[in-house]
Design a protein. Structure first.
Lengths: 323, 437
């Protein structure tokens, strides 16, 4: 490719060749982009547009609704949105994930940062550090459904080895899936599964810091803690922001963990999180129109929150990286 | 020129290849539409165990109508898949196992074919209540009944003996037995109220005389909050509030362990319970006994159903005639009934089934009269009409009764019925159904 395009350049006069080359090259970037754009259109943009369309439609039944041709699809205006947003279960589910996010995001990122700093502080023993790194990362490789099933077993008093052990000491283990604990129980699964990934992101950023910075800090008399607080954390701030945005999106879309734990308890309802409500409407109630309306609302909220946050902190954080 | 286009072409071809493979993998079931009239291939979605072995009996004698069983995960996921295929316009099987309570929903979504012309003469071979659920009370026929699940009561005979108890004849007896057992051993319960099993609660309401939906001319009626259901909800709410029955859901690892270690010593369930107990409570083999349901009124014994399904032809089948022929054989031919009972472990709905059911299930091998009790229960099932949005009512049940069971308040149980009633009616009105009352 590069061979054939450079050949004419040597034989023709440069002035004449330039416009020809430009037109020839103009299509090439688009050709390289084409597969990505095509897949993006088919698998992301088109479904979003279709969901938007569905959210404005509804089914109208005539008569008893039995037999063929008794159902027709009609325009619904914004009634699906009104119905979704005024559903008495909608606001509780939103508040619930707010509480969930307040537990998960600080706990997960705090743990991830702490572990990354501890691993980084000990650069002298690579074997030990790589073992620790892998074992912290490993839960991330366990699918959320499997993780929730595993934790579900640990939460149920009769099958949990922890409850068994506590009972041997005469302590009755709390019912972790009862209404007062269930939010923490679900959050715990997410923290367990997500810490490793975030730790790796932060740790990788730490590895990129030149050791000369630490040496000069030590010469200036800085303690390890001061190095972590005044040098390492400010330098990895962009990574922290990125992991925060990822965690924020994951919180808004939490689904697999509560959905898997749901049949084990009375406390997780069909509308426990907004995305579970979408699932219920689409696949339990067979009302894809209400489901489409709710998913559009969730998508817009996710977009606004993540970009709003990036706009708020982005410039400051990324400027720091440049300097 | 060609150089400019080459990369575009290459990427387009790649994308096209990707798309064709992606599409072709999704419509594996529509290739049954052969044009020839001689050989017909049918696909059959079912979740009954060993159904492929039952179907072998048909395939070996009907070389021109070959049926392939496609094993499903269960009733709910199969219905979700079917409705998605119906919406998409292709991908549905020819024949489908459909639970009775899902039939109105499927009919309403235009997913099932009316086979009254092909199989209309079967009526006398099935109990009236079961036949009603495949005709929905009209002239159309949306499937052939396969199995039924009359409610029965199962208990640990050793625990009952130790406490000097008899199998409860009435619900008052059941409450007294539950209290006595729990008092004698605070870790033991005679049962649990499971908020995740709306089907069982529906069966209990059916036994008490409720029928949650009904047809009145051109409009539907919804009666989830009627006196009979109120009575059932208040009864179980009272037991949960007192603490004499547990409030945890069934079908969890916790519940399995409780059955197996003797913490749960009774189960209000259906005729198919032995199979479940065999899996969950294998250490207690030989200690269980089956009995007829406790009654509200011993003078007029009644029971309800939990589970049971029909075999239906879908509206996308290109061979409804052959499919109807197959399901007629499957659910009414004596040889097929024997296979269903013996190999697939279902309790056939057909009247002829008693000849196929002579030996009790393995887990109840000491109880020779197991199927006599079951047959008696089958005859006592009260009639119950399901509506076109059972799934809405059931999911509302899960949420409302989940809260009530967690709160352990009898008042919350009876109040939950109003919540379910409202959710069900609102959903129907929103879709444009005419709902009376």
């Amino acid at each position: 490719m590069s061979l054939t395009t450079t050949l004419p350049r040597s034989t023709t006069a440069p002035v004449a060749a330039r416009p020809a080359r430009r037109t020839r090259r103009a299509g090439v970037p688009y050709a390289f982009l084409a597969p990505g754009l095509l897949l993006f259109t088919l698998l992301l943009a088109a479904p979003i547009v279709y969901a938007g369309y569905l959210s404005l439609r509804k089914v109208k039944v005539s008569g008893l609704g039995l037999g063929s041709k008794s159902r027709t699809e009609v325009w619904a205006g914004l009634s699906n949105y009104a119905r979704s947003m005024t559903d008495p279960e909608w606001l509780p589910s939103v508040y619930r994930i707010l509480g969930y996010g307040l537990i998960v995001v600080p706990a997960m990122l705090g743990l991830a940062l702490l572990m990354a700093l501890l691993l980084d502080a000990n650069r002298t023993r690579p074997a030990l550090s790589s073992f620790a790194r892998i074992s912290i990362f490993l839960p991330y490789a366990v699918p959320a459904v499997v993780a929730s099933l595993l934790w579900g077993f640990l939460y149920l008093p009769r099958v949990s080895p922890f409850a068994y052990a506590l009972e041997k000491f005469g302590i009755t283990a709390p019912e972790l899936l009862s209404s007062s604990w269930v939010l923490y129980a679900v959050a715990n699964v997410a923290v367990w599964g997500g810490t490793g990934f975030n730790m790796i992101v932060i740790y990788t950023a730490l590895k990129a810091v030149p050791t000369s910075l630490y040496e000069s800090a030590r010469i200036d008399g800085a303690s390890e803690f001061a190095i972590a607080w005044r040098i390492k954390i400010p330098i990895v701030l962009p990574s922290l922001i990125m992991t925060f945005v990822f965690s924020l999106i994951a919180t808004l879309q939490v689904f697999a963990e509560p959905m898997t734990l749901k049949p084990l308890s009375n406390t997780i309802s069909f509308t426990w999180t907004p995305l579970m409500k979408v699932y219920r409407d689409a696949f339990v109630r067979n009302d894809i129109y209400a489901a489409a309306a709710t998913s559009v609302v969730i998508a817009v909220a996710t977009f606004l929150l993540s970009f709003g946050f990036l706009k708020l902190v982005g410039r400051r954080a990324f400027n720091q990286e440049d300097s | 020129m060609s150089k400019k286009i080459a990369p575009v072409l290459a990427s387009l071809t790649a994308a096209a290849l990707f798309l064709t493979t992606a599409c072709s993998s999704s419509d594996d079931s529509s290739d049954s539409g052969t044009t020839g009239t001689e050989k017909v291939a049918l696909t059959y979605w079912s979740w009954a165990p060993n159904m492929d072995k039952v179907v072998e009996g048909w395939n070996s004698t009907h070389p021109n109508i070959q049926v392939t069983v496609n094993k499903q995960d269960g009733g709910d996921p199969a219905v979700t898949k079917l409705l998605t295929a119906i919406k998409a316009g292709s991908g549905a099987p020819d024949v489908m196992q459909a639970e009775y309570q899902k039939i109105p929903t499927l009919v309403s979504a235009d997913a099932l074919a009316d086979i009254s012309k092909q199989a209309g003469s079967l009526k006398d071979k099935f109990p009236a209540a079961v036949w009603n659920s495949v005709t929905l009370g009209g002239d159309a026929l949306y499937g052939v009944p396969q199995d039924s699940g009359p409610l029965m009561f199962f208990y640990r005979s050793d625990v009952f003996e130790k406490n000097g108890l008899q199998a409860p004849k009435t619900w008052d007896d059941y409450a007294a037995a539950a209290e006595k057992i729990h008092k004698a051993n605070p870790k033991q319960y005679l049962g649990t109220f499971s908020a995740t099993d709306a089907g069982l609660f529906t069966g209990l309401a059916q036994q008490a005389g409720a029928s949650w939906w009904g047809v009145n001319g051109d409009s539907w009626t919804v009666n989830v909050n009627d006196a009979a259901t109120q009575k059932v909800a208040a009864y179980w709410g009272g037991l949960v509030e007192k603490g004499t029955v547990d409030n945890k859901p069934m079908y969890t690892p916790e519940w399995n362990a409780a059955l197996n270690d003797g913490s749960q010593v009774g189960w209000v369930s259906a005729v198919w319970a032995p199979g479940v107990l065999e899996g969950s409570a294998k250490d207690t083999k030989g200690k269980w006994k089956a009995a007829p349901m406790p009654q509200w009124d011993t003078a007029a014994p009644a029971t309800g159903n939990w589970g049971g399904s029909a075999t239906s032809v879908t509206s996308q089948s290109k061979h409804p005639k052959e499919a109807a022929e197959f399901i007629t054989w499957l659910n009414s031919d004596p040889a097929a009934l024997k296979l269903l009972a013996g190999t697939a472990n279902v309790y056939p709905a057909a009247n002829d089934a008693s000849s196929a059911l002579t030996t009790p299930p393995a887990f109840f091998s000491d109880q020779a009269d197991f199927y006599t009790i079951a047959a008696e229960a089958g005859k006592q099932a009260k009639s119950f009409t399901y509506g076109p949005n059972v799934n809405v009512a059931y999911s509302a049940f899960n949420d409302a009764f989940g809260k009530a069971a967690e709160a352990k308040k009898a008042a919350a149980f009876t109040e939950s019925l109003a919540t379910i009633q409202k959710a069900t009616v609102d959903d129907m009105k929103n879709s444009g159904f005419t709902v009376a009352g």
